[in-house]
Write a protein that binds this ligand. Structure first.
Ligand code: FAD
Ligand code: SF4
Length: 509
């Protein structure tokens, strides 16, 4: 059952076994497992509820407004030597899964080794995580993308990569009968992408899950070491007018409001501050786009939004993957306006796009203010080098594939006509302040660890000092994961759900 703003004409207080904040990847997995086990579960979701038929029909500006937080442009600021980073996040029932690319990678084994050996998180075993990943992949229908869904530009690039001997190939995505219409980031119009609304939340509703949409939680209530419930306000989705106050009393509280909003909410509720780690440790997977212009038409839009990746440089911190964002989003990042802008748009049928993502060692921070979280992220020198390296790797591959020129993600010095020119680029030739950097993968702001003095969560996602308060979203991911993170997040949440069901200590509270 989904209740929306219209169903809360007055202040309301409800009881449940479990209250979950946020209905994205982390929250939906928990809701499914706990409601299937027979518990009365309520999810509070700040965003609105749209059926797949509704979100599938939204024109791009409407989708940006209704499905994204801050219309798709939350900004991370850094020092004078660091680029600003535009972060994208979902805000709707289904969270970011409604607007994500559907790319599915398991956490690479070398990353899990890092957690175990360097961070001391020996509670995370490869076997258990693999079982969790397998279960997630089954629920969200993860399949390898066929080669015929590579757009024509990527077919050329894949050939060039093969010639170089680079490891890589077709990626997996959570889709059923994807026809390559390339609209994933505005919500799949064909219900091909198996987001959590179509999978986990749908199944959980059959087990009695109640979803309260348009309910923004402001507070987690507590009595000593016990969380007693959550409360917030129901808003009108268009006017933003406050309509009612809702309180949910529960025996178990799970926070899954994303890596930017979970630490903010905990801090606002006076929770999780003891270690002084709350909100720190933010990783972003800073990403770059590299456009290539060919002599002939390559029709980059004719193929899946994402379908192909190069694995070769992953361990060094560069994840290279194709992505073809719709023209509406792309136009703002092309280097030209007026007549020059029109000229560039004329090149659109000859344009290919490849992306590079840095597995970052920089650590940012979410600060709470009375108006919401502020995000500070200073990119370190190592990540800046990786960022430039990713651009050069992608650019050189485009030239190998026959591109005539490139447009790089710099606010000036963007057009590059030769390999020589490309290879001369460095952190010193283009100041990071002029880099156009995006992120769709904030993680890590509720540090997971064995010692309450140095971490916010224990290795089973319980907030230290609390008996019945858990965090199961991207904020619990211990480090950058070198690949797109939804399977990691859902796998970690699955493992946490297994643990909670096997150890229902919270039931006796
Ligand atoms: C455009 C885009 C493309 C992406 N592509 C991929 C991809 O192809 N593959 C991949 O692996 N990953 C991808 N990701 C990343 C992936 O979707 C996220 O990492 C993942 O969804 C994070 O899960 P989460 O549960 O932490 O948060 P989310 O899924 O973002 O869910 C958090 C939810 O909490 C709600 N919330 C926040 N605060 C409150 C509050 N106070 N009260 C009530 N509700 C609240 C939000 O509205 C939101 O719905 C993409 C992300 C984006 C934005
Ligand atoms: S490419 Fe089109 S059909 Fe395939 S998942 Fe994305 S939006 Fe859906």
């Amino acid at each position: 059952m989904v209740l929306t703003f219209e169903d809360f004409p007055k202040n309301t207080r409800v009881q449940a076994d479990v209250a979950i904040i946020g209905s994205g990847c982390g929250g939906a997995v928990m809701a499914y497992h706990l409601s299937k086990a027979g518990y009365d579960v309520v999810i509070a979701e700040e965003g609105s509820y749209y059926t797949p038929q509704e979100y599938g029909k939204m024109p791009p500006p409407e989708a940006l407004h209704k499905l994204y937080r801050d219309n798709g442009g939350t900004l991370a600021i850094g020092s004078s030597k660091s680029p600003g980073i535009a972060i994208q996040q979902g805000r709707a029932v289904g969270g970011s899964s409604i607007i994500n690319g559907g790319v599915c990678f398991r956490t690479p084994p070398f990353v899990i080794d890092h957690w175990r050996n360097k961070l001391g998180l020996t509670a995370f075993s490869h076997d258990e995580l693999n079982r969790a990943f397998e279960e997630v992949e089954h629920h969200i229908h993860v399949r390898k993308m066929p080669k015929d869904l590579n757009n024509p530009a990527i077919k050329k690039l894949a050939k060039a990569a093969k010639k170089q001997g680079y490891e890589g190939g077709q990626i997996k995505r959570n889709v059923k009968d994807c026809d390559g219409c390339c609209k994933c980031v505005f919500g799949c119009p064909h219900q091909a992408k198996q987001d959590v609304l179509l999978t986990y939340l749908k199944k959980a509703q059959k087990h009695g899950l109640r979803i309260f949409a348009n309910l923004k939680i402001h507070k987690i209530h507590k009595k000593r070491d016990i969380a007693t419930g959550i409360s917030g306000t129901v808003h009108h989705p268009l006017s933003g007018r406050k309509l009612a106050h809702v309180r949910i009393d529960a025996k178990l509280v799970i926070v899954a409001a994303s890596a930017l909003y979970t630490p903010y909410l905990l801090a606002k509720s006076g929770i999780g501050k003891a270690s002084r780690e709350l909100g720190k440790n933010l990783t972003l997977h800073p990403a770059a786009r590299v456009y290539a212009i060919f002599k002939d038409r390559v029709e980059g839009w004719k193929g899946a939004f994402q379908s192909y990746a190069i694995d070769e440089f992953r361990k060094e911190g560069n994840h290279l993957i194709n992505v073809f964002v719709p023209l509406n989003m792309m136009a703002a990042t092309l280097p030209g306006a007026g007549i020059r802008g029109y000229k560039i748009l004329e090149e659109f049928p000859r344009l290919g796009l490849f992306g590079s993502m840095v597995s970052d060692s920089s650590r940012g921070r979410v600060f709470g203010t009375p108006w919401g979280p502020i995000i500070y992220y200073d990119m370190n020198d190592q990540d800046k080098e990786k960022f430039i390296r990713g651009i050069k790797l992608a650019g050189n591959l485009w030239f190998d594939a026959g591109a005539q020129k490139l447009y790089l993600p710099f606010f000036h010095h963007s057009e590059i006509k030769s390999r020589d020119e490309l290879n001369k680029i460095s952190v010193n030739t283009v100041s990071p302040k002029f880099w156009e950097v995006t992120s769709a993968h904030p993680m890590g702001t509720c540090k997971i660890g064995n010692d309450p003095k140095t971490s916010v969560l224990d290795p089973y996602h319980r907030v230290h000092q609390f008996k019945n308060l858990y965090v199961t979203d991207s904020s619990s991911v211990p480090s950058s994961v070198a690949v797109n993170p939804q399977i990691t997040i859902m796998g970690m949440a699955t493992r946490a759900a297994w643990y909670l069901l096997e150890n229902p200590v919270w039931k006796k509270i």
